[in-house]
Design a protein around this ligand. Structure first.
Ligand SMILES: *Cc1c(COP(=O)(O)O)cnc(C)c1O
Length: 360
């Protein structure tokens, strides 16, 4: 068996070690004679799996007891609604930073539940930069929170700073969580869909400061109320048990790699190598302001878009998968999350060099 290098934006690459362990445990979890998929979420075995995963995540991100860690369904997109329903208050409002397609979706959804002030946007710069905080509008009175998207998965722009605000900070970390250490104490809510840098699809993790619980709008469906999930340890109803288990294996794998500082170094090296090659190639290009280039999602275009099909076909043959850019952007995108090894970057660059030589 040889595994291809998978550059998919999500559902994305998972560590081979993790998949091997899951495969060993698939039919018979630790001698219990059943798969994790077949376990009651109320069983002792599963409670242990769930608890261990939460502990390991808390350890990796140094999450204090002031925060609830919730394992939920509905993806990051449902968090767009949950954040607003839980934090805005009855006649409240919230501030949003618009840096691309994911923030735009979060903004549209929040607008259904209260007043939204877009304090800054990069749309006049076609999404190629991050607006520095000293250019933002001041927050309106009664702003319940400020929401931003630290890494825009489609556009390939990433904040290199954490905003400083007097209201709870809410962040959609779907595509960059666990890629480097993070000071969780700066945030009110952090959420991330699992299928980029955590585990399989079907799971979204929300890290919620406990003093923000219990303030949901009256119309909030029970299942969308953070406090319900916090009170029941994410087991008010059946959680996505298998995705939670697999996320737990990824957390253990991350600890074995040396934790998030080690991952940050590796990710920095991987991204630098790829951007350096693109910039010096004379054939490929990435238009993002260098300071704000994403370390996780690297969009690039070829000198001649008529070569796109051939590039993708050749990549597929070289077992470099899912390099096609987002349908709204075109071109290429290499998503290089934690589970994509450095050797994958080397293989990609080798292929890109070869292709440029033959077609340049
Ligand atoms: C993928 C992604 C989403 C949407 O995630 P779903 O789980 O499909 O709802 C939201 N925000 C960001 C930043 C993403 O990368």
């Amino acid at each position: 068996m040889t595994r291809a290098y998978n550059f998919c934006a999500g559902p994305a690459s998972l560590p081979t070690d993790v998949l091997e362990q899951a495969s060993r445990e698939m039919l018979d979890y630790q001698g219990r004679g059943l798969s994790v998929m077949e376990m009651s979420h109320r069983s002792n075995e599963y409670a242990e799996i769930a608890h261990q995963a939460e502990q390991d995540l808390r350890e990796l991100l140094a999450i204090s007891d002031d925060y609830a860690v919730l394992f939920l369904q509905g993806g990051a997109s449902l968090q767009f609604s949950m954040v607003a329903l839980n934090l805005m208050g009855e006649n409240g409002g919230a501030a949003y930073v618009n840096t691309g397609q994911w923030s735009a979706k979060a903004i549209a959804e929040a607008g259904r539940y209260g007043k939204v002030q877009v304090v800054a946007s990069n749309s006049a710069q076609r999404g190629l930069t991050i607006p520095l905080q000293d250019t933002w509008e001041p927050l309106a009175d009664n702003t319940a929170y400020l929401h931003y998207t630290p890494n825009e998965t489609i556009g390939g722009v990433e904040f290199d700073f954490i905003p400083e605000v007097d209201v709870p900070l809410v962040a959609d970390f779907s595509s960059s969580i666990l890629s480097e250490p993070l000071d969780v104490n700066r945030f009110g809510v952090i959420y991330a869909g699992a299928q980029k840098n955590i585990g399989p699809a079907g799971l979204v993790i929300a890290i919620v400061r406990k003093d923000l619980l219990g303030k949901a709008q009256a119309q909030t469906p029970t299942l969308l109320d953070y406090s319900v999930h916090a009170k029941h340890g994410s087991m008010y109803h059946t959680p996505p048990t298998y995705s939670w288990y697999l996320a737990g294996l990824v957390f253990q794998w991350l600890k074995k790699q040396g934790g998030l500082s080690a991952m940050a170094d590796i990710n920095q090296r991987k991204a630098k190598k790829l951007y350096d090659y693109i910039d010096n190639s004379g054939f490929y290009s990435n238009p993002i302001e260098p300071r704000f280039r994403s370390r996780m999602n690297v969009p690039f275009i070829l000198a001649d878009s008529q070569l796109d099909e051939a590039f993708l076909a050749g990549a597929d043959e070289a077992r470099l998968l899912n390099l096609k850019g987002h349908r709204s952007v075109g071109g290429m995108r290499a998503s290089i999350y934690n589970a994509v090894p450095e050797a994958g970057i080397d293989a990609l660059i080798d292929y890109m060099k070869d292709f440029a030589q033959k077609n340049g």
